[in-house]
Design a protein around this ligand. Structure first.
Ligand SMILES: Nc1ncnc2c1ncn2[C@@H]1O[C@H](COP(=O)(O)OP(=O)(O)OP(=O)(O)O)[C@@H](O)[C@H]1O
Ligand SMILES: [Mg+2]
Length: 263
């Protein structure tokens, strides 16, 4: 017997993890978003997830540089209408994940009109269905284009260091997000901490501001310690988890990835 009532029709179950977009944001530039987005993608793919890393830094895209990739396809070609987003993905085999590079032969994508950016964002959400997780590396700042892309994410990992300016900017990003989209799952990553303990103290400073002024309590996703191996592996364009799997920063990101999956 067939049923005509759409409410009664069987629906394909959508796995809870399918197409889950996690954005990596910061406010302040240079706190380690891109490096962290890459290393988190690697850690998640090591745990058997099918991961897409998307370079959403429209001004200074540089995932390809950190990975030593020379992609012949990128977001620029998508924006120019030459490729679909799916066609723009490149396999990064050393990390076991796919990448949509942001670099554009025609220069920066910073001035892309909002309507066009929205098409990219909509396509990203469609493409995300083919992955267990999409990690979206955002540009610094809180301007409109950054927020527009961030809206594709159900979870936003806000990266900060212990510098007062990084903390203030992380707070500003959290505030705007909490006002614009109160249901966003915001979590904090303290990067380049001198110790786990110090990183936790940095988090608690930010937490107090969020509780006091915004009445929200974004949880700590994790602390990643400052580690000279990070710069070294970037310089060698080799992933940290491959080159120095037992370094402090590698262990911290692995543990953070593990906790993200446990939630
Ligand atoms: N845990 C860490 N320990 C030591 N150095 C780090 C750590 N994380 C990041 N760095 C250093 O910080 C530099 C900047 O990192 P990255 O380019 O990822 O920052 P970003 O936030 O993406 O910057 P932008 O805002 O310009 O996009 C890296 O080149 C790296 O050397
Ligand atoms: Mg970056």
């Amino acid at each position: 017997m067939t049923t005509l009532d759409p409410a009664m029709a069987p629906r394909a179950p959508v796995p809870a993890t399918e197409g889950h977009v996690m954005a990596v944001a910061s406010g302040k530039g240079g706190v380690g978003k891109t490096w962290f987005a890459i290393t988190l993608s690697h850690a998640l793919s090591k745990r058997g997830l099918n991961v897409l890393l998307f370079d959403g830094d429209l001004g200074l895209a540089n995932i390809d540089i950190q990975l030593g990739l020379m992609p012949d396809r990128d977001l620029g070609s998508v924006v120019a209408g030459k490729l679909t987003l799916n066609q723009a993905a490149t396999r990064f085999s050393a990390g076991g994940f796919d990448v949509v590079a942001g670099r554009s032969g025609s220069g920066s994508l910073a001035n892309i009109p909002p309507s066009r950016l929205q098409l990219v964002a909509d396509d990203l959400l469609l493409m995300a269905r083919g992955y267990d997780r999409v990690i979206l590396d955002l540009g610094a700042g809180v301007e409109k284009a950054v927020r527009q892309l961030a809206r594709t994410a159900s979870t936003i990992l806000v990266v900060t260091s212990d510098e007062p300016t990084a903390l203030t900017d992380a707070y500003a990003f959290i505030k705007i997000t909490a006002i614009e989209r109160p249901d966003t799952d915001i979590r904090v990553v303290v990067n380049a901490a001198n110790s786990t303990r110090e990183g936790e103290r940095t988090y608690s400073t930010l937490l107090k501001a969020c509780q006091g002024f915004l009445r929200i309590a974004p949880p700590l996703a994790g602390v990643v310690r400052r580690d000279t191996r990070v710069r070294e592996s970037i310089r060698n364009q080799t992933p940290l988890l491959t080159r120095y799997p037992n370094s402090e920063a590698a262990l911290d990101v692995e543990a953070l990835a593990e906790r993200l999956l446990a939630d």
